[in-house]
Design a protein around this ligand. Structure first.
Ligand SMILES: Cc1ncc(COP(=O)(O)O)c(C=O)c1O
Length: 399
């Protein structure tokens, strides 16, 4: 066989699948993968079923059906504070991932550099590489996840074209403050850069941390491609529904690129999703409250198991350090992230994601595991129980 394209050489299935297999073997609970197991709202399900029955099954306009674009524009204007034109500045995409690909292709030349804060969401980095762009990493401070703006300035070269901002963050749950976004905007303006903002966890913020969209700041819209998703908000990761708002010229090209790559988001599912906008505002309040309670419950149990971390400010992950388990308690099997992931499954059945998945240099993620607490309540209760038992045994062993 002729060799495959060089861009595929470093592509491999992430370790998440291996974790899933191990968890199943131990009859355990997978807190690794970032999927929530809650149901899609009934009205949305019914809307899609009705659309299929009514044969609304042909290609839609590449940027989405007008009804859904109008609802989404309204949401961008009111929730995100980004006033926009539904027809020209908003598009529906195949998940936020589809929007990210279109944004990169619409704004970058081959070899262009894109700044990525570490720890990062792996798809951004892998996609940049596969598409022929170069991610450049700027670390956030450990545990408190502050941005070092001096380091950011130093990382910018004449080839830098864009900065990726994942807000709220995955894996660390960081919610960007207004001050941080304002400082970032100055950097963007000074170097004439784009920002791609991944805001897929925008409805999940805690402890008074408010989600703020970069594009809502004065003069930010013209250089920001705001990327959002319906996956997490309405528990529909498999539906592949996302959206983007950006200046007209950008959305026009992103739409044409999406057309070439996948033509349009699935039409009947767009009709189903349109029903989500009829839901009362209490849906979003309950969503926030529910995740907040789950976050507190899971974080308490994780702490009792000896893990250390700052409380996540947003999203539904905890990026926790087990350095103490290794260095202070001398616990076997916790000398690095992959071993710790395996040992935790063997001892508690709980699956997680090794920290190295979120860093360019695996050593930086050596003492971290990421847990996703978007689980149905009985499953989460079971997970917390297992972690507490682990913590109790640890205390007995440590005397
Ligand atoms: C930060 C972040 N962005 C994007 C995605 C994927 O979103 P979508 O399903 O809309 O493509 C995820 C999924 O876990 C994520 O964590």
């Amino acid at each position: 066989m002729k060799p495959l394209a060089s861009r595929t050489l470093n592509l491999k299935q992430s370790g998440i699948r291996a974790v899933t297999q191990m968890v199943n073997e131990h009859n355990g609970i997978n807190m690794g993968q970032g999927i929530c197991d809650l149901p899609t709202p009934e009205a949305v399900q019914q809307g899609a079923i009705d659309a299929i029955r009514q044969n609304k099954s042909i290609y839609s306009y590449h940027s989405g059906i007008p009804k859904l674009r109008a609802h989404t524009a309204e949401k961008f204007s009111t929730f995100n504070g980004i006033p926009c034109d539904a027809e020209r500045e908003v598009m529906i995409t195949s998940g936020s991932t589809g929007a990210f690909v279109a944004a990169c292709l619409a704004t970058l030349e081959p070899g262009d550099e894109v700044i990525q804060f570490e720890p990062f969401y792996g798809y951004h980095v892998q996609l940049l590489k596969v598409l022929g762009f170069k991610p450049v990493f700027v670390p956030m401070s450990d545990r408190s996840w502050n941005i070092d703006f001096d380091a950011l300035e130093k990382a910018i070269t004449p080839k830098t074209k864009a900065i990726v901002v994942t807000n709220p963050g995955n894996p660390n749950g960081k919610v960007w403050t207004k001050k941080e976004l304002e400082t970032l905007l100055k950097v963007l303006q000074k170097h004439d850069l784009w920002a791609y903002t991944d805001e897929v966890y925008e409805y999940m913020t805690y402890d008074g941390n408010k989600h703020l969209s970069l594009a809502s700041l004065p003069d930010a819209f013209e250089r920001t491609i705001t990327i959002s998703s319906f996956s997490k908000t309405f528990n529909m990761t498999g539906w592949r529904m996302g959206s983007s708002v950006a200046p007209e010229q950008v959305i026009e090209k992103m739409g044409l690129l999406s057309d070439l790559i996948y033509i349009c988001p699935p039409t009947p599912l767009q009709h189903g999703l349109s029903e989500a906008f009829g839901m009362p505002s209490s849906y979003f309040e309950d969503l926030g409250k529910d995740y907040d309670q789950k976050r507190t419950q899971f974080c308490d149990a994780l702490r009792e198991a000896g893990f250390e971390f700052e409380m996540p400010e947003g999203a539904y992950y905890v990026f926790a350090s087990f350095e103490k388990l290794h260095k202070e308690y001398g616990l076997a099997g916790f000398d690095n992230d992959e071993n710790a992931c395996r040992t935790l499954i063997e001892q508690t059945g709980i699956g997680s994601v090794p920290g190295r998945s979120f860093y360019a240099d695996p050593e930086k993620g050596r003492y971290y595991l990421r847990f996703c607490y978007a689980k149905e309540q009985p499953v989460l209760d079971d997970a917390c129980h297992r972690l507490r038992d682990f913590g109790k045994k640890l205390k007995v062993e440590q005397g």
